[in-house]
Design a protein around this ligand. Structure first.
Ligand code: UT7
Length: 320
């Protein structure tokens, strides 16, 4: 039986680190106490003008390839999860393929907003398990600062920019143990960027709009449900999970999910305080942080979870 296992992880954050008080200094009508109490966010990193998702993704990918000991030419699949691609087309995956110097790999983007990385990882696993592909690079890369309305304090304080990457390889032992993906388009209106391009211009609203409380309730419910679904599929009890890495949007959502899973917070990887919500980059950024600081070790069971616009949600249970 062929499994897909993580061979390397990497991430990259733009150098510009912005504290809550820096937002106040820029004129956002907010304060550090509100942001920390309601979200747990203390800082986020913002890309420089002109710095794109492929710029961030490239460094994250190079770091993951280096850890895996894999050369870019050896990849036969490249998937980028992003809602803030460099261009309408070509895909950010094709741009990164060119920049990495790979030829011939299948390359495409996945658009599932904050669930994008778990969607992309699940897709890559299915390619590898089918036997058609052996080495995949899966990247979550976002510059959400480009789609924020800096006059909307209910959203602009929440998000940050960054990228994370994973190299997934065919292996004869696990590996990814279970995946579960879902979507329900009936809820498309509670989190969206409702603009489009026509006649060379954005028509409609080009900024992220959100019904925060509706998103909050939805996220807490589905993150717990989908984690349990993955556990059942893999015949793994929640208590056997060594590390839970939920999408990093709000510490209160993360704590509620851990509670519903019966997991103590010392088994949960939290980066939302330092990164804010980086959408599709949030889960691989948190995974990379915890691998590199030695918390996540080989053989441990790790649950990754995403939830975001669409609505979409999903989880991947893996043995690292
Ligand atoms: O990737 C998935 C995407 N998003 C999420 O997961 C976000 C989910 N939702 C949330 O995290 C929370 O709903 C928020 C953090 C967005 C908002 O927290 P809340 O506890 O639901 O606050 P609220 O929207 O009910 O607003 C409460 C008050 C309001 O004032 P009044 O009407 O009570 O006077 C807001 O105007 O807080 C005010 N407020 C702010 N005050 C200071 C809203 N944003 C801010 C702000 N600074 N940045």
């Amino acid at each position: 039986m062929t499994f897909a296992r993580v061979a390397g992880v990497g991430s990259y954050l733009p150098s510009n680190r912005v504290l809550n008080d820096d937002l106040v200094a820029r004129g956002v009508d907010t304060n550090d106490e509100w942001i920390v109490a309601r979200t747990g966010i203390k800082a986020r990193h913002l890309a420089e003008a002109g710095q794109t998702s492929s710029d961030l993704g490239l460094i994250a990918a190079q770091r993951a390839l280096e850890m895996a000991g894999v050369a870019a030419e050896q990849l036969d699949l490249i998937i980028v999860a992003t809602s803030t691609p460099d261009f309408i087309f070509p895909s950010t995956a094709c741009l990164l393929q060119g920049r990495l110097g790979n030829k011939g790999a299948v390359a495409f983007d996945v658009q599932a907003v904050c669930s994008g990385f778990v969607y992309a990882l699940s897709i890559a696993e299915k390619f590898i398990k089918s036997g058609t592909h052996k080495r995949a690079l899966v990247i979550g890369a976002e510059v959400f600062s480009r789609i924020l309305d800096w006059n909307d304090r209910g959203t602009c304080v929440l998000f940050g920019d960054g990228a994370g990457a994973v190299v997934l390889e065919a292996a004869d032992k696990p590996g990814i143990l279970a995946t579960a993906l879902h979507a329900d388009g009936a809820h498309h209106g509670i989190l969206s960027v409702p603009g489009n391009v026509a006649g060379g211009k954005v028509t409609g609203d080009p900024f992220l709009r959100m019904d925060g409380q509706a998103v909050f309730k939805f996220a807490v419910r589905v993150l717990a449900e989908v984690a349990h679904e993955c556990c059942e599929q893999a015949q793994v009890a929640p208590a056997e999970i060594d590390w839970l890495i939920p999408h990093q949007a709000n510490i209160r959502i993360i704590e509620a999910t851990a509670r519903k899973m019966g997991l103590p917070m010392d088994k949960v990887i939290v980066t939302v305080d330092q990164h804010g919500n980086t959408s599709a980059a949030s889960v691989p950024l948190a995974l990379d942080a915890a691998v590199r600081d030695g918390r996540i070790r080989h053989g441990q069971k790790v649950m990754l979870e995403g939830v975001g616009g669409g609505f979409t949600w999903g989880a991947v249970l893996l043995e690292f």
